[in-house]
Design a protein around this ligand. Structure first.
Ligand code: EPU
Length: 413
């Protein structure tokens, strides 16, 4: 039996009201869980989101009790599985893993990880679709590593590996996503020596296993979930408070929405959107280009396209991180959006256009969320066929949106 979401669209009306609490960040939790391998004692964790990807990572870690091997069936479906390879290699001196899976966003190579491990003194053997890394004398050695591209997970993986390596590791052209300094600060409190996390140069002085001694890692709020709800509130909300979030992690989105004339108030840990003060057609269509943090996040690119389709004017959305992240565009066009795919990195959007109901199938997690947004502003009842991709990253989304007044239900088919 499969499931689907059924959403009765608001036909452009702005009726959602109330408060939605943001859960812990998926992409923070998925890196903090692997960090637990660096500890001698238990690493207590708080504010973990209750989502599929977190459960898969927990299963992957539980599987390590049989040796330093990542379970192939799980790792092949979870991109973040690769983050676990760093701490396991550093602790056990070896690790075996398959090519990681995850959302299909065009090519997602792992060369930066492989080169990084080699730089830290590990040797690789590739056999039967598995990578097997082994550190000389079972111990990684600190090194200076320059990333030719900025990669979030490669930065995190090598930062974690370096915590147990001998001597100093310097990571240059590192990613600066807020999840990284949050994790580094926690690890430092437990005995690690990491400086510069949150900047392009991170220096790690390796040492022994870490000690939590009861100290808890608290997962920071999910800035992508918060951003998605802010966009939803601008399009379909009368007055919606997005609470338990970290507005300072959402500077790029809030700046774009400000320029688009969205009315909102920023508090210390909340953003209240007064969508009802304006018709969607009164919003200005602003061109956006995705960028590594602190730029506009690629994970908000699809929800932003829905916003742009409802705003007035013409503009482009330029994707600079991934190829193949516009696979949702055809469906939005079928719903009535005026979008031209210029090339694999760029779409042109003209708005505003009324959207109408469709049967949809989210190609990936963030596009799935964009479909929820599109179905909400559309006229008529839409269905989204594979809620599993959305459940991977958003906890009980239908209950939380229902509480704001959206008619959304999960149906067995
Ligand atoms: N890249 C390489 N070689 C590598 C690694 C990456 O060429 O070895 C390239 C990628 O192909 C891509 C670019 O570098 O073009 C950036 O990719 P990055 O490695 O930063 O992405 P990621 O670490 O695999 C994380 C998030 C993604 C998010 C991106 C960008 C996790 C688990 N995933 O992916 O989140 O889109 O950073 O911010 O943290 C999502 O949550 O839906 C999601 C896809």
């Amino acid at each position: 039996m499969s499931e689907r979401f059924v959403i009765e669209g608001l036909a452009g009306k702005k009726t959602l009201q109330g408060e939605v609490e943001i859960k812990g960040a998926k992409n923070a939790a998925l890196k903090a869980l692997p960090a637990s391998v660096l500890f001698e004692d238990e690493m207590p964790m708080g504010n973990l989101p209750d989502i599929e990807d977190v459960r898969r990572m927990q299963e992957l870690i539980a599987g390590l009790k049989d040796g330093p091997v990542l379970r192939k069936d799980i790792a092949e479906r979870l991109r973040a599985s690769i983050v676990l390879t760093g701490p396991v290699l550093a602790r056990d001196g070896e690790v075996t893993f398959p090519y990681p899976g995850g959302c299909v966003l065009g090519e997602r190579p792992i060369d930066l990880f492989l080169q990084g491990f080699k730089a830290l003194g590990a040797e690789v053997e590739e056999k039967d679709d598995l990578f097997h890394f082994r550190a000389k004398n079972k111990k990684l050695k600190g090194a200076r590593i320059f990333f030719p591209f900025i990669s979030v997970t490669a930065t995190e993986t090598l930062m974690l590996a370096a915590v147990l390596a001998e001597g100093e590791t310097v990571l240059q052209n590192a990613a600066m996503e807020p999840e990284i300094p949050v994790l580094a600060e926690y690890l430092n409190a437990c005995g690690a020596n990491i400086t510069g996390a949150g900047t392009p140069t991170i220096t790690i002085t390796g040492g022994g296993l870490l000690h939590a001694a009861g100290r808890k890692y608290v997962t920071p709020p999910d800035r992508i979930e918060a951003g998605s709800f802010i966009i939803l509130a601008a399009l379909a909300g009368k007055e919606v408070k997005i609470s338990h979030c970290e507005p300072k992690h959402m500077g790029a989105l809030l700046a774009v929405l400000r320029r688009a004339d969205v009315d909102f108030e920023i508090g210390k840990d909340y953003v209240t959107v007064f969508g009802g003060n304006k018709e969607n057609s009164a919003y200005k269509l602003i061109s956006v280009r995705t960028h590594e943090y602190p730029g506009f996040p690629t994970d908000l690119q699809a929800p932003m396209a829905v916003f742009m389709s409802q705003a007035t004017g013409e503009g482009t959305l330029l994707e600079t991180i991934f190829d193949g992240r516009f696979r949702y565009a055809d469906d939005l066009i079928r719903m009535g959006a005026d979008i031209t795919v210029m090339n694999p990195h760029k779409i042109l959007v003209r708005g505003p256009k009324n959207l109408s109901r469709k049967e949809l199938e989210g190609p990936d997690l963030r596009a799935g969320l964009a479909y929820i947004l599109a179905a909400t502003v559309a006229e008529g009842t839409s269905t989204i066929n594979n809620p599993y991709v959305i459940d991977r990253g958003y906890e009980r989304i239908e209950e939380r949106l229902f509480a704001l007044g959206l008619s959304i239900r999960r149906e067995q088919v």
